[in-house]
Ligand binder design. Structure first.
Ligand code: NAD
Length: 476
């Protein structure tokens, strides 16, 4: 059965269909999903505009109940959703179930936030007057999401958008429509009124472009690559839309001589290679001081040899496949570039498994300099490089020498260095003795420099993007 788009409270077929393929087993068809065209996208935007008139003024208890119920439904179905996620995206089953759980927690968090939105009452500079500052929804929001977190990223955009009274037109990534579809289905079951949330599955060049061109869209929240994000920002700003972008990373993990070796190895291997390295927060640059360098590299290689790369659904798999052929080609291309630049590559081999899929062993590139392309451009696969440095000062300089600024980590037992790194790292998120990837759902998420644009996502800070402020002056 072809799963349809959801527009104005109705399931709607598309003119074409996309096939959702399991990257662990390309003979396994996860599902077929209707593709929206520009006309259907326009209808979805109109439906959202209509619904905004009532949803923007809906009782906060109604919003809280729906979001909380959606969270409970997701949590009750976390195993099934996690399996769907692992089948369509390729992260391991425990990672898939973990991500589904997180999506449920996000909805429950924003169920609570709906009741906590507050404003300010401030004394006026003019005697006798009162001033109130309140937050209101921004309107119709276009949400454009990537393939690598197919349920968590839609959740952390849809939940705050609805919480603060906005209506949504949601476009999941082409490769992973299944989780987005399931999430919308759950929100309908949770009691969301017609038109408040619309699902349009389809190409960025069709659905995405239509959303950006529409004057009826007030804001765009995008997560994806830098090149797409920059193009979206230009179009969004040109038509006066509020815009929020979460993009790529080239996240440094600094390992100092005084680090606990086991912690350094575990955090680096986890941060660089888990979820097949397909995380915007992946530790793709390991910046290692010379006293621990050789010991660290050998221990990382030993740990890599023990990793099981196999079907994402197989018990015991540590790392699933790459998401598709084109990402696999990109990973292999960068491994080759690193080799040609003079890096020494360990791993990074195409693997065959029982089922036909896009399997690649993790790659560690040693003897690199920070000027090499492998250290400047995002690969988005299980590929990490090592830069040898003299001391902490050089490590900090190398860590910050990047156009990105999403997450940065340090492994050290020195309070002095960890405190200094926290203060001077030019990243939105800093991790001490922890992988650069792996964050809580109730605190802000986002980066600096080329990684992000606009207000932070998640936690209370999500209100910055999903609301607009009104200042009212009152003469009692
Ligand atoms: P992508 O940029 O190719 O696509 C992201 C989304 O944009 C998809 O839904 C796509 O269909 C849509 N899109 C493409 N062209 C468009 C257009 N012209 N107009 C409107 N929409 C368009 O990214 P991807 O390959 O899906 O995801 C991988 C990237 O996402 C990586 O760079 C990764 O670092 C980044 N990412 C960032 C974060 C973060 O929070 N910083 C989180 C996850 C992933």
């Amino acid at each position: 059965m072809v799963q349809q788009n959801y527009v104005g409270g109705e399931w709607v077929a598309g003119k074409t269909v996309t096939r959702d393929i399991n990257p662990s087993d390309i003979k396994d068809l996860v599902g077929e999903y209707a593709q929206a065209d520009a006309t259907l996208t326009e209808q979805a935007i109109d439906a959202a505009r209509d619904a905004f008139r009532t949803w923007s003024l809906s009782p906060i208890q109604q919003r809280a109940d729906i979001l909380d119920k959606a969270g409970n439904l997701i949590l009750a179905r976390k195993d099934e959703l996690g399996k769907l996620l692992s089948r369509e995206e390729g992260k391991t089953l425990p990672e898939g179930v973990g991500e589904a759980t997180r999506a449920g927690q996000i909805f429950k968090f924003f169920g609570g936030e709906a009741l906590r939105l507050s404003g300010e009452k401030i004394a006026s500079t003019r005697p006798g007057l009162e001033v109130e500052v309140t937050r209101e929804p921004i309107g119709v929001v276009a949400l454009i999401t990537p393939w690598n977190f197919p349920i968590a990223i839609p959740a952390w955009k849809i939940a705050p958008a609805l919480c603060y009274g906005n209506c949504v037109v949601f476009k999941p990534a082409d490769l992973v429509p299944g989780c987005g579809w399931a999430l919308v289905d759950i929100l309908i079951e949770a009691g969301l009124p017609k038109g408040v949330l619309n699902l349009v599955m389809g190409r960025g060049s069709v659905v995405g472009e239509k959303m950006l061109a529409s004057p009826k869209i007030d804001a765009v929240s995008f997560t994806g690559s830098v090149s797409t994000g920059r193009a979206i920002a230009q179009k969004a700003v040109a038509s006066g839309k509020k815009v929020q972008l979460e993009m790529g990373g080239k996240n440094p993990m600094v390992i100092l001589d005084d680090a606990d070796l086991a912690t350094a190895v575990n955090t680096s291997v986890n941060g660089a290679f888990f979820s097949t390295g397909q995380r915007c927060t992946a530790s793709s640059r390991l910046v290692v001081t010379q006293g621990i360098h050789d010991k660290f590299v050998e221990a990382v290689k030993e740990k890599m040899k023990a990793l099981k790369i196999d079907n994402a659904l197989k018990p015991g798999t540590d790392i699933g496949p790459v998401v598709d052929q084109s990402q696999l080609d990109q990973d292999m291309k960068y491994i080759e570039i690193a080799r040609k630049e003079g890096g020494k590559v360990f791993g990074g081999e195409r693997l065959n498994r029982e089922t036909e899929g896009f399997y690649l062993s993790p790659a560690l590139v040693t003897e690199t300099t920070n000027a090499m392309r492998i250290n400047r451009e995002e690969v988005f696969g299980p590929v990490a490089s090592v830069v040898r440095v003299k001391d902490y000062d050089e490590a900090l300089a190398v860590a910050n020498d990047t156009e990105f600024g999403l997450s940065a980590g340090i492994c050290t037992s020195s309070l002095k260095h960890s405190s200094h790194f926290k203060r001077h790292s030019q990243a939105g998120m800093v991790m001490v003795n922890l992988p650069t990837a792996g964050v809580d759902y109730h605190v802000p998420f986002g980066g600096r420099k080329g990684s992000s644009y606009g207000p932070r996502e998640q936690g209370r800070y999500a209100a910055e993007f999903y609301t607009t402020v009104k200042t009212a002056y009152i003469q009692p």
